[in-house]
Design a protein around this ligand. Structure first.
Ligand SMILES: Cc1cc2nc3c(=O)[nH]c(=O)nc-3n(C[C@H](O)[C@H](O)[C@H](O)COP(=O)(O)OP(=O)(O)OC[C@H]3O[C@@H](n4cnc5c(N)ncnc54)[C@H](O)[C@@H]3O)c2cc1C
Length: 511
């Protein structure tokens, strides 16, 4: 990838590419490059295994909330999932299987943490700095570090004084025995919803501290029966039909989140009735029901899918605390009403530093411009992928490419295909770089801001989609299919195309 020798080869095979991260995003990108005939790429992964969030989130109950027939790559759809919704270990196995089957492993350097990258304009190269001091170089840099990889622990008063055990859901302590303990869980997001029912079975008492309740709908999950698996394996078309059905069900739900008239209203009524019915069936106490009723529209935060969450919160040894946290003491948590609840462990189900995107990496583009500074008021990228002033940099799962409902894998694959086409363009036209035009990025940003106002995402809740100013920097404002249309292929008029130094000189001129 970075040596002169290898880059010499890259001139024929295509520009050299470095991908950061080997989750769904990085592996999907690698596959798309191979499909485009580009083999001169390396994936840098700081961990010792592929998998991204599915390697890191091993808390009890960790699972997908999108059926696996859709939450999987389109190029590797027929996988023998045991249940409708994949569990963490199975999804991780799936990613390992993809890496092996498509011969991606030889391209991965594990244990390589990227600290930052600088664009060398004169050489037309990204210089990538690794922990440990090594520097690599490549024509194209693709970040696939995800939106949810930096666990976020709230800055609570006295947090450092706590003498018991405490950990984040993404850093689960499997050695900790919850049996007969009194435990606090902070947070009511999707991770908390999955782990609370699991640990509630073991603990003596559980205090759940919620900032605000979430909308919760039933999860229609179950193991596939052996005959169903055999049938799907024998007739893969059935699987494809199911994938298509799940996709369009999510597109229907998206109409509610995008507040589309008529269909959106019907979708909203459908979802709300599911949520209300579930609450009515599982929570007897009127007071608790009120405590668990959100004061914001459904979809403003990610909707929760669980058949056990509300039922668990209604158990006598579980308490929902909505007063807010005043401080953490040596032996417990004091709520805003002054009451101290003594606990032996605190679990933070408080999500991730989602709006910080590529941080803590320091990425510097043309004339040393810092991406972190550029994004200090909110991350923004053309199609969520390209940033003006940063030639040949592409971001997978970048700003405004998350979904309120649907499979992120669909979005990652659209991006991977688009980026692979861009890299192929560099190769085929002998270009040095592609850089999105500032006007194109501005127009795209203005469209996002305009349409954000029409969605439920900025409808007045706290969510991980919003930055400190309350702007949705994370979630896409349209349907999955619309994003697919917009990213079908790079629109060349939206990019500055820089020719290689000498006419016809291959990109590898940098060597
Ligand atoms: C618990 C949980 C449940 C989820 N459930 C769903 C779901 O049900 N449906 C859905 O659509 N989405 C879900 N998501 C969102 C999920 O993030 C995406 O679906 C998808 O897995 C993102 O893949 P990714 O490759 O973009 O990022 P990640 O999976 O985060 O992978 C990023 C990789 O980059 C590596 N990396 C990061 N920084 C560096 C660095 N500096 N140097 C080298 N390597 C680095 C990391 O180690 C990691 O392997 C969930 C997320 C979480 C956390």
């Amino acid at each position: 990838m970075d040596t002169g020798k290898k880059r010499g080869k890259a001139g024929a095979a295509g520009p050299s590419v470095v991908i950061i991260g080997s989750g769904f995003g990085g592996l999907g990108m690698a596959h798309a490059l191979l499909q485009a005939g580009i083999e001169s790429f390396t994936i840098l992964e700081k961990a010792r295994d592929v998998g991204g969030v599915w390697r890191e989130n091993t808390y009890p109950g960790a699972a997908c909330d999108v059926p696996s027939h859709l939450y999987s790559f389109s190029f590797e759809p027929h996988y023998p999932w045991s249940c409708r919704y994949g569990k963490q270990a199975e999804i991780l196995d799936y990613l390992r299987h993809v890496a092996r089957k498509y011969a991606l492993l030889p391209h991965i350097r594990f244990g390589c943490e990227v600290l930052g990258a600088d664009y060398d304009e004169s050489a037309g190269l990204w210089r990538i700095r690794l922990k440990g001091g090594e520097t690599l170089q490549a024509n194209v840099l693709v970040s696939a570090v995800g939106q949810l990889h930096q666990p976020q622990i709230p800055q609570l008063k006295g947090i450092e004084n706590f003498k018991g055990r405490s950990f984040h859901s993404a850093r689960w302590d499997h050695g900790y025995d919850f049996k007969d303990k009194t435990v606090a869980v902070i947070g009511t997001g999707p991770s908390a919803v999955q782990l609370v029912p699991e640990i509630a079975r073991q603990v003596k008492r559980l205090h759940l501290f919620q900032r605000s309740p979430g909308w919760c709908v039933p999860k229609f999950d179950r193991p596939y029966r052996p005959w169903e698996r055999r049938l799907i394996e024998t007739i893969p078309l059935l699987h494809d039909i199911d994938r298509w059905r799940i996709f369009w069900t999510f597109e229907f739900i998206n109409t509610a989140l995008l507040r589309k008239p008529v269909v959106g209203t019907a979708a909203k009524a459908f979802l709300r009735s599911g949520a209300e019915l579930l609450k009515r069936l599982q929570v007897r106490s009127g007071a608790l029901r009120r405590q668990l009723t959100p004061d914001y529209p459904m979809g403003c935060k990610r909707t929760l899918l669980s058949n056990d969450w509300l039922r668990t919160l209604a158990q006598p040894h579980v308490e929902v605390v909505s007063e807010g946290i005043d401080e953490v003491t040596a032996d417990g948590i004091r709520s805003a009403d002054g009451r101290l609840r003594k606990v032996e462990a605190i679990v933070y189900g408080t999500g991730f530093a989602s709006t910080e995107f590529l941080a803590p990496m320091e990425i510097r583009g043309r004339q040393g411009a810092s991406l972190r500074e550029r994004w200090s008021k909110g991350a923004e990228a053309y199609l969520g992928m390209s940033v003006s002033g940063f030639p040949n940099l592409f971001v997978i799962y970048g700003p405004n490419t998350n979904l309120g409902a649907g499979s992120i894998i669909y979005m990652l694959e659209q991006q991977a295909r688009y980026i692979a086409q861009a890299v192929a363009l560099l190769r085929d036209r002998g270009l040095a770089s592609l850089e999105v035009r500032a006007e194109a990025q501005r127009e795209f940003g203005a469209m996002l801001q305009r349409r954000n106002k029409l969605t439920v995402f900025e409808a007045g809740c706290h969510s991980w989609y919003l930055n400190a100013d309350g702007r949705n920097t994370n979630t896409w404002v349209g349907s999955m299919s619309e994003y697919g249309r917009l990213t079908r292929q790079p629109e060349l008029a939206h990019y500055h195309l820089a020719p290689a130094a000498a006419p016809g000189a291959p990109l590898a001129r940098a060597a």
